[in-house]
Design a protein around this ligand. Structure first.
Ligand SMILES: Cc1cc2nc3c(=O)[nH]c(=O)nc-3n(C[C@H](O)[C@H](O)[C@H](O)COP(=O)(O)O)c2cc1C
Length: 364
């Protein structure tokens, strides 16, 4: 029979396999992140992730990337933890729809309420997500009024409680944070250690302040400051740089220059499901239009009737660009209100290079 001492020893060695201790003794569940980091080190390249983007990175959008060029990590759009714990759960669950083909996939939550975060994290883990990310960078006033998003930068004590709560609610999957370099100015030296001391598996740094929104160029040199703090603390937290990446090559160069483990891409992937396919050099007009139709059909199948069709319109602006008749086609697509109509407009354009007029409907 095992002595109590030896069984404790055995237990501890088991824990240490999946966790590492930080300087503050906060255990970190690295989960799938270890695999992602190890693969990128082996291949001598940073890993790439899609950025969480509200009303953009839904299940239809992500499936396009599964098919045409999969990033190393997928992200959902943000979801209110408070809402997930309320009657609004059903509607918000739409933002947490995913398929196994998208793995590894991280669900992003926001809240300033530790109890809600704990409960929401429990729900996210039970849904089978590979990780949880906490939004601490969103500048949206309605989010900030709740004390969440960027407002967290002003309240590090609460931010730490929220991280702790997420880890308690979802003890078996990794918890990460996405934030900015500061609220009105660079606050990396004060703000970032708070997050790292809580023992997060990954930290995404959007290289702008809250005040700057997305109005000034991202300053990737700040990623190096975050990496230096992480290294000084001697912890395994993965650092992901974010802001203004428009190509794989640029992402690789900046990650190398500033020491990021990974690169998160947001607006640069709009209308370009081939973004992460390094071999895809040229995209024809026909490919773009066919992808637009496919994306719309996927949206219709997965979220049709549950989410507003208008969500698709911002994608049309991105797909329909830089070719003859693009403006005309874009204008016509803005008038559509169903996947069938979009397919019809696209078919006509591909056949004749012309756009069909929208019929005037008479209301009786
Ligand atoms: C339409 C849109 C929606 C966004 N929604 C979210 C979100 O839900 N969660 C989040 O953390 N950041 C969100 N962001 C910020 C992006 O994740 C990213 O940090 C920002 O766009 C900078 O990266 P980029 O220059 O590569 O786009 C959003 C950005 C855009 C443009």
């Amino acid at each position: 029979m095992n002595s109590p001492k030896s069984s404790i020893k055995k237990k501890n060695s088991k824990v240490q396999k999946s966790t590492k201790l930080t300087t503050t003794n906060n255990p970190i569940v690295m989960g799938f992140w270890s695999r992602v980091r190890d693969a990128s080190k082996r291949e001598k390249r940073p890993f790439f992730t899609i950025a969480p983007m509200s009303d953009v990175t839904d299940v239809a959008f992500r499936r396009m990337f599964v098919k045409y060029g999969k990033p190393d990590v997928m992200w959902t759009e943000f979801v209110s933890a408070d809402g997930l714990c309320s009657m609004g759960r059903e509607i918000l669950s739409l933002d947490l729809e995913y398929s196994k083909t998208e793995r590894p996939i991280v669900a992003q939550l926001f809240s300033s309420n530790p109890d809600k975060m704990r409960e929401a994290a429990r729900i996210v883990e039970s849904l089978g997500f590979d990780g949880i990310d906490i939004n601490m960078g969103c500048p949206d006033k309605s989010i900030e009024r709740q004390g969440a998003g960027s407002a967290m930068i002003k309240n590090p004590v609460r931010a730490r409680e929220v991280i702790r709560a997420a880890k308690e609610g979802a003890p078996n999957i990794p918890v990460s944070v996405k934030t900015r370099i500061g609220y009105s100015k660079n606050e990396i030296a004060n703000w970032i250690p708070h997050i790292l001391e809580e023992g997060v598996a990954a930290l995404t740094i959007h290289c702008r302040t809250r005040k700057e929104m997305s109005l000034v160029p991202a300053r990737w040199e700040h990623v190096a400051e975050v990496v230096a703090i992480r290294d000084r603390m001697n912890i395994p937290t993965i650092v992901i740089g974010n802001g203004d990446i428009t190509s794989l090559r640029q992402g690789k160069e900046l990650a190398k220059q500033y020491g990021a483990d990974g690169v998160m891409v947001g607006r640069g992937i709009f209308g370009n499901p081939w973004f992460f396919d390094a071999k895809k050099k040229k995209i024809t007009t026909e490919e773009k239009i066919k992808a637009l139709v496919e994306h719309t059909t996927l949206f219709d199948k997965t979220l049709g009737g549950k989410k507003n069709f208008a969500i698709m319109k911002k994608h049309y602006k991105a797909y329909v660009n830089g070719f003859d008749g693009a403006r005309e086609l874009r204008t016509r697509l803005m008038l559509t209100d169903s996947a069938t109509e979009v397919a019809e407009v696209a078919r006509e354009y591909l056949k004749s290079g012309r756009v069909i007029e929208k019929e005037k409907t008479s209301h009786v």
